[in-house]
Design a protein around this ligand. Structure first.
Ligand SMILES: [Zn+2]
Length: 88
C-alpha cells in the first residue's frame, strides 16, 4: 500500500513533506530508519520521531477526491485487462 508523502507535525499540525529516504523506508515496511531517530520540525522546532513519520503515524489523510481517483484508475485498469483478454 502506498504511503503518503506528506505528514503532519504532531506539535504544530504543519504539513511537511517526507524526505526521499523516509518515503522509501516507508514503502519497505516502515519499521526502521537510518541516521538520526528524530527530525526537527522546521515550523515549531520540536523533535518529531522519525520512525513514526516513516511508518505513517503522522500521515496526512488522503482527500476524498484522491481516493475516488485511485478507484477510477483501478477500475479502468481492470476494464482494460478484461478487454485485452476478450480480444485475444
Ligand atoms: Zn511543528
Amino acid at each position: 500500500m502506498k504511503k503518503s508523502a506528506k505528514f503532519r507535525c504532531p506539535h504544530c499540525q504543519t504539513i511537511l513533506t517526507k524526505c526521499e529516504m523516509d518515503q522509501v523506508l516507508g514503502e519497505a515496511g516502515g519499521f526502521m530508519v537510518f541516521g538520526p531517530s528524530v527530525e526537527t520540525c522546521p515550523a515549531c522546532g520540536n523533535p518529531i520521531d522519525r520512525l513514526s513519520i516513516v511508518n505513517g503515524k503522522y500521515d496526512v489523510k488522503k482527500s476524498l477526491f484522491e481516493s475516488i481517483m485511485e478507484v477510477v484508475v483501478i477500475v479502468a485498469f481492470l476494464g482494460f485487462l478484461a478487454w485485452l483478454l476478450s480480444h485475444c
